[in-house]
Design a protein around this ligand. Structure first.
Ligand SMILES: Cc1cc2nc3c(=O)[nH]c(=O)nc-3n(C[C@H](O)[C@H](O)[C@H](O)COP(=O)(O)OP(=O)(O)OC[C@H]3O[C@@H](n4cnc5c(N)ncnc54)[C@H](O)[C@@H]3O)c2cc1C
Length: 388
């Protein structure tokens, strides 16, 4: 792909569409049934430049914006939720590296990611702590110019296939649980001891087994910006935007299948609106809600990028949390509505209207950082929020 900012959004979307149609989509069923990493789709993404798209042009990337990448992820989500989720999770780490990696070492690492097409994973949750990602029990041990970190990670998506894992940990062994840093653990510096199998309901291609991560590396690969800032400014809003952009693509596919189903029925009885046409109208409302909250959040993120005060406001944090809770619920609603419309044709595996895999994948959205935890966090924030 050309390093041409003009029309980049369209190019990325077209590339994602082509990868979806030619690679990710045709393999999605096998990826799901075998619970296997979608190697061919990730190779195609790497080849097409999607893995380096958010890195600046002068560092070897394409200079894509969050919106550009979000659109590409939405497109991929229509074909293979797991492939789209892998691109989303990788891009979240790239966004942290781009927005907070301000040292020469981090700049060199970005160039390496771009040049070698590295795939970045994350270990933010921890055994014993669950989905409370703003708390760590493991700690970074710093020597003069190197670090050591040992983390029991319940889930590291595509951990066995990644080239680096971005892990959270306490700043030092004496630090409080919420005094965290983000550490880039490079593959050549870590061992992974697998502790759990990934045999789950949905997102089966993300290959998200549990591991004990034992990592060493240069101390320059510990971000100097505190994780509290990285989380508030980037990790949390970007995660929720890219995840929900993926869910929008999954919902769009369910909506399209339901629409085709009703349109097929309508062709058989010209001049009569099929009975499930009303359900399609209801589905359109739910889909519109999902679409609009995702695009509303993307617009707020753009505004916060030029107005840091907005990004620091409590209302911004609660809105980004609300996005995740609402979008993950609406996704399931859309697919359930599509299933009622398509009936047995949606319930059956292998039909052009099958919705089983999409629905199984959709249920993971509410758990990847449990919605209860996010609501509990918002409940605390709302106690002190003045502005809206
Ligand atoms: C597809 C997928 C991919 C993932 N990939 C990764 C990854 O790559 N890296 C990573 O680090 N993590 C990843 N996760 C997230 C991670 O697996 C979970 O968030 C984490 O393991 C916690 O899981 P849990 O649901 O068992 O625990 P908890 O978060 O503890 O939730 C269990 C239950 O406890 C309740 N609960 C506990 N404490 C509270 C509280 N304070 N407030 C409200 N409710 C509470 C919850 O409501 C829930 O009912 C992924 C998850 C999924 C689904």
């Amino acid at each position: 792909m050309k390093n041409d900012r003009n029309g980049l959004a369209l190019q990325l979307r077209a590339v994602a569409q082509a990868i979806g149609e030619q690679v990710a989509g045709p393999n999605a069923s096998d990826v799901d049934s075998s619970s296997r990493f979608p190697t061919e789709a990730v190779d195609a993404m790497r080849e097409a430049g999607l893995l380096r798209s958010m890195i600046a042009v002068d560092e070897g990337g394409l200079g894509a914006s969050l919106d550009d990448v979000a659109d590409a992820i939405t497109e991929l989500g229509r074909w293979c939720s797991s492939s789209g989720m892998i691109l989303a999770m990788h891009s979240i780490q790239v966004a942290c590296l781009v927005r907070h990696g301000d040292s020469d070492t981090m700049g060199a690492y970005r160039r390496k990611v771009a040049e070698e097409g590295l795939l970045l994973a994350s270990a933010t949750t921890e055994v014993g702590i669950g989905g409370d990602v703003r708390s760590s029990s493991c700690a970074v041990e710093l020597e003069v110019d190197s670090f050591h970190l040992r983390k029991q990670a319940p889930v590291i998506s595509y951990g066995a296939y990644a080239d680096a894992i971005f892990a959270t940990a306490r700043r030092t062994p004496d630090s409080a649980p919420n005094d965290q840093v983000l550490v880039i653990c490079e593959k050549e510096g870590y061992t992974l001891e697998q502790t759990t199998e990934w045999n789950v309901l949905g997102f089966r291609g993300t290959s998200s087994s549990g591991f004990v991560l034992d990592a060493e590396g240069p101390s320059d690969l510990v971000f100097s910006t505190p994780y509290s800032d990285i989380s508030a400014q980037t990790m949390l809003p970007v995660s929720h935007i890219l995840w929900s952009s993926l869910w929008l693509g999954m919902a769009a596919e369910a909506d399209a299948r339901a629409r085709r189903f009703v349109q097929n029925a309508a062709r058989k009885t010209p001049g009569v609106v099929p009975a499930n046409g009303m359900r399609l109208a209801e589905l359109a409302i739910t889909f519109q809600q999902l679409h609009d909250i995702v695009h509303g959040a993307r617009s707020r993120f753009r505004e916060a990028d030029v107005d840091p005060d907005l990004g620091r406001a409590i209302g911004y944090a609660t809105s980004m949390n609300s996005l995740k809770v609402a979008a993950s619920g609406l996704l399931v609603e859309v697919i359930q509505k599509a299933l009622l419309i398509c009936g047995m044709a949606g319930y059956a595996n292998g039909s052009p209207f099958s919705l089983g895999r999409l629905l199984r994948d959709a249920y993971g959205a509410q758990l990847m950082v449990n919605n209860d935890r996010i609501n509990a966090n918002n409940a605390q924030l709302l106690l002190v929020q003045r502005e809206r």
